[in-house]
Design a protein around this ligand. Structure first.
Ligand code: M6R
Length: 618
């Protein structure tokens, strides 16, 4: 799970590759490196740390920035600790080949032993240095060109990769290949320049023309000639389709906010609106979703829905369990993709599997999809990233249209996933006759008001900031919710721990007395979601139980609530709405709270330690 970039053309490659790496830092930021080729010289600069640390090194040696060809890498460590030596790019023993790699070579140890027996020595602990030397050895043995050597070497490899390889003896080309990790290629005018990247963000200001490689494909990118894509395993040529990029530069920049996370929290009213725009025609009482309309019988005849996802997306899946069962009366199981894929699950062709993923690249979710497909299930994807691996691997799907989410902590991805899942539940409830027409209309009218309510709710930022200042030094926190808001409690806890490193747990409020209640004392902040619908009285009782044990209560309540206000230390009011849609509102103050605590603690909000935006390894 790393980011790779590359450029070959007539411009200075350095600023393009480095800027590209900064945009890809969401994929990993343990170390960064770049190779520049200029006038017969390969210059590699790399370091532990971020792209900004790399720039300190390159700024001290102007020669290291020269050239019209460059490849770069930002790393999330898998093999070998993050240090300077293990950073990419890696160079082959002869010094001729240079590679950047996103993924894992699982059989690298066996290959390494074989190469060592042939006299190769290694500087790093990485699987990538093994791969570049394997390519070199194949090239030597076969007496072939770089493209063929890459192809033959990859047939010996077990694992996942997106690679870009440069050969000092063939300086008008870059060779790329993918299996399990994404690669986008940007095509400049008249084949005079080409861009390589893990996603299209590094090159959107240069070209809107892109080609996405599929798994088991490789491309030889040749200046003046173009891109030739072929299958790695059978050598057949692939007829590629050029796509026009929809992404804009503004979408991937901070736009005046201090952090991407804050920008993305504030983008939610628009993101939710964009998610249902054109799909929900509230006045006409219609929900149109092509992925469902085209496969309606699959859904209406399904014995059950199985949802597979990870992290925040899994939390959205839990909300969906309540939505689908309550509104469409379809049984739902929600599974961690990482568990599902390995536990020999019982799946039939009467099951519909919904895979939820912001990035569309999460390795466990992708593997779960492949497993479900192999057992005959119909698989539907809910993804944000257009053209992502999961979007392509599923039979049908619905995009969330949240726009690029750069902050590692998911915010707008979560609320837009819930929006898509709400539309799906409503549509299926209607198709199956499980929801009355008046109630269906009420739901649509109510959902339509959510973006404005979120906008309104975001105005409580100062109040949330104050609460953050009171509890920022806590070492443990509990998050409690019931029904639709139990997953929001889980998500609130995840948001806090991943960016502030404060230990936090989410629980169903009633479950507290079966164990976590023992943790409660006067130092323990407990965030309770207690909206006026659903199990309100029960949650109020849970709040009383906390109070009598001196816990500090911060309650998220419906506006006008007087009961909880009497008991809680702080209340945060959300606008009234249907119970089913409360997660779209209750989650907002919890996102803001985590954000402000992390900022107050001086943490790196957008790039928390040890994490990466998309987890493309197991
Ligand atoms: O891209 P995905 O939605 O598949 O990612 C799944 C998780 O890695 C992700 O939701 C993660 O938990 C979030 N970054 C947490 O904020």
């Amino acid at each position: 799970m790393c980011g790779i970039t590359g450029y070959i053309g007539y411009r200075e490659a350095y600023p393009i590759v480095v800027k590209g790496l900064q945009r890809l830092e969401y994929r990993g930021y343990d170390s960064a490196g770049i190779m520049m080729y200029d006038d017969g010289n390969i210059r590699v600069s790399k370091t532990k740390g971020k792209v900004s640390d790399l720039e300190v090194i390159t700024n001290s040696n102007e020669d290291s920035k020269k050239g019209n060809i460059g490849i770069g890498h930002t790393r999330w460590a898998t093999h070998g600790v993050p240090n300077d030596v293990n950073s990419h790019p890696h160079t082959s023993m002869s010094g001729n080949l240079v590679i950047v790699h996103n993924g894992i070579i699982e059989n690298y140890d066996t290959i390494k032993k074989e190469l060592v027996s042939r006299g190769y020595t290694f500087e790093s602990d990485t699987d990538t240095e093994v791969l570049v030397n394997l390519i070199e050895e194949v090239k030597k043995q076969e007496g072939c060109k770089l493209g063929k050597a890459v192809q033959l070497a990859l047939t010996q490899v077990i694992g996942a990769y997106a690679i870009a390889v440069f050969d000092k003896t063939k300086t008008n080309e870059i060779v790329v290949a993918r299996l399990g990790s994404p690669i986008a290629l940007g095509i400049g005018k008249d084949n005079k320049e080409f861009f390589v990247a893990s996603d299209a963000s590094p090159f959107i200001e240069y070209t809107k023309e892109a080609v996405y490689l599929e798994d088991e494909e490789m491309a030889i990118i040749k200046l003046g000639k173009g891109i030739k894509v072929r299958k790695i395993n059978d050598d057949s040529l692939v007829d590629t389709k050029t796509q026009e990029l929809q992404m804009s530069l503004e979408q991937i920049e901070k736009g005046g906010y201090d952090h991407f996370m804050l920008k993305e929290i504030h983008e939610q009213p628009k993101a939710i609106l964009d998610t249902y725009r054109g799909r929900m025609l509230a006045d006409k009482g219609i929900i149109r979703m092509a992925g469902i309309d085209d496969n309606l019988k699959k859904f209406t005849n399904a014995d059950r829905i199985i949802i597979v996802a990870c992290g925040t997306s899994w939390h959205a899946g839990l909300v969906a369990e309540y939505l689908f069962e309550d509104i469409a009366r379809i049984p739902v199981e929600v599974e961690y993709a990482s568990e599902f894929r390995y536990r020999n699950p019982i799946i039939t062709d009467k099951d519909v599997v919904i895979a939820i993923s912001q990035s569309g690249e999460t390795a466990d979710t992708l593997a779960a999809i492949k497993l479900a497909k192999s057992k005959g299930a119909f698989v539907f994807g809910v993804c944000n990233v257009v053209g992502s691996s999961i979007a392509r691997e599923t039979h049908a799907g619905a995009y969330t249209h949240a726009g690029p989410e750069i902050g590692v902590a998911s915010t707008k991805a979560f609320t837009t996933q819930i929006t898509v899942l709400s539309l799906m539940a409503l549509k299926l409830g209607k198709e199956k006759g499980k929801i009355s027409t008046p109630l269906f209309h009420t739901y649509l009218q109510t959902l339509q008001l959510i973006p404005n309510k979120v906008e309104e709710l975001l105005k409580i930022d100062d109040q949330v900031k104050y609460i953050a200042s009171v509890y920022k030094d806590a070492t443990n926190c509990l998050y409690l919710g019931r029904g639709f808001n139990f997953p929001v409690a889980l998500e609130g806890a995840l948001k806090l721990k991943e960016i502030s490193y404060i230990h936090a747990e989410g629980y169903p409020a009633a479950e507290m007395k079966h164990g976590p209640i023992a943790l409660i004392d006067e130092n323990m902040p407990i965030f309770v979601i207690a909206t006026n619908k659903g199990h309100y009285e029960k949650v109020v009782s849970n709040i009383q139980e906390i109070k009598s044990r001196a816990g500090k209560i911060i309650a998220v309540v419906t506006e006008g609530d007087e009961t909880v206000k009497e008991i809680a230390d702080h209340v945060i009011e959300i606008p009234d709405t249907e119970e089913a849609f409360t997660p779209l509102l209750t989650t907002i103050p919890l996102q803001l709270l985590s954000y402000h605590i992390a900022v107050m603690l001086g943490k790196n909000v957008d790039q928390p330690r040890n994490l990466a935006k998309s987890v493309t390894v197991e």
